[in-house]
Design a binder for this molecule. Structure first.
Ligand code: C2E
Ligand code: CA
Ligand code: CA
Ligand code: CA
Length: 274
């Protein structure tokens, strides 16, 4: 039994060593990716539910690795957050997305995801200001998407930054709404202009009375508080009809359009305007 125990311990240690090695390799690969400019953005349309008109695009980060191929942001953003790479990377995303938006018709907005890490210190504020200044984009055409984990960081910095954004006309969107643990009180006391309803509720809105009840409640809440509301992950015609009937103002998902290149986004602004 003693020998077995040592065997298990050895397997465990080897497994831990493997994980640490893989993790270290990923960190190095990310540094290289940053140096070699392997990151790019895709843009997914956000559509007005009633009219079907494109209202704006969400910028979504992609990593094109020479051997691994296209790497999903959910697998590298947590590591970029831990190593601090998210700071220069996030600043680049903001600048790139704002520059792209200046090529679109003036009534379209661009929406950019911000990491909680960007809200430590005054980075988020500085990065947003720099991106707007260097691109010349009107602040009213920028949205920033934050998650409930950013709000949980407490501290006066987050609150002050969000207030500053909204004073300048930048819309703050609360992403993945309903999946976190934050209190509804945030919607009242913080400068939030939009709720993005998480895909997990939209998935089952046609089949689960519970999901439908939640969607109704969120749409109603948004209405009452005067917030815009985007349903994420709309994939079927049935979901579109239902969400529109419930009064959800904006829709996003594969049904309305998959994330596409900047060139594709530009083409879509033209077909939508026509
Ligand atoms: P998110 O902000 O919730 O973005 C929506 C995700 O849902 C995107 O995944 C999008 O491609 C996907 N999606 C859109 N419509 C549909 C649909 O109809 N069905 C399904 N199944 N999926 C849909 P993506 O691009 O892989 O991004 C994953 C997450 O990575 C994002 O979730 C966001 O949290 C994060 N992320 C992406 N870009 C950035 C960035 O520039 N900065 C930061 N900090 N995070 C980012
Ligand atoms: Ca988002
Ligand atoms: Ca989301
Ligand atoms: Ca998400």
């Amino acid at each position: 039994a003693k020998a077995d125990g040592r065997g298990i311990a050895r397997v465990f240690v080897e497994e831990m060593e493997r994980l640490v090695r893989e993790r270290r390799e990923m960190e190095v690969a990310l540094q290289t990716a940053w140096r070699e400019k392997q990151f790019f953005l895709l843009y997914q349309p956000i559509v007005e539910a009633e009219s079907g008109r494109v209202a704006g695009f969400e910028a979504l980060l992609r990593w094109q690795h020479p051997e691994r191929g296209l790497v999903n942001p959910t697998s590298f953003i947590p590591i970029a957050e831990e190593t601090g790479l998210i700071l220069p990377l996030g600043a680049w995303v903001l600048a790139e997305a704002c520059a792209a938006a200046t090529t679109w018709p003036e009534d379209l907005f661009v929406s950019v995801n911000l990491s909680p890490v960007q809200f430590r210190g005054a980075e988020a504020f500085r990065q947003v200001r720099n991106a707007l200044e260097s691109s010349g984009l009107a602040p009213s055409r920028l949205e920033v998407e934050i998650t409930e984990s950013t709000l949980l960081q407490e501290g006066p910095m987050v609150r002050a930054t969000l207030e500053q954004f909204s004073e300048e006309g930048i819309t703050v969107a609360l992403d993945d709404f309903g999946t976190g643990y934050s209190s509804l009180g945030y919607l009242r006391t913080l400068s939030i202009g939009r709720i993005k309803m998480d895909r997990s509720f939209i998935d089952q809105v046609e089949t689960s009375p519970q999901s439908l009840a939640i969607v109704r409640a969120v749409v109603g809440l948004a209405r009452t508080l005067g917030l815009r509301c985007t349903a994420e992950g709309v994939e079927t015609e049935g979901q579109r009809r239902l969400l529109t009937a419930e009064g959800c103002s904006h829709l996003q998902g594969y049904l309305l359009g998959r994330p596409g290149s900047a060139e594709e986004a530009l083409r879509r602004t033209r077909t939508s305007a026509a």
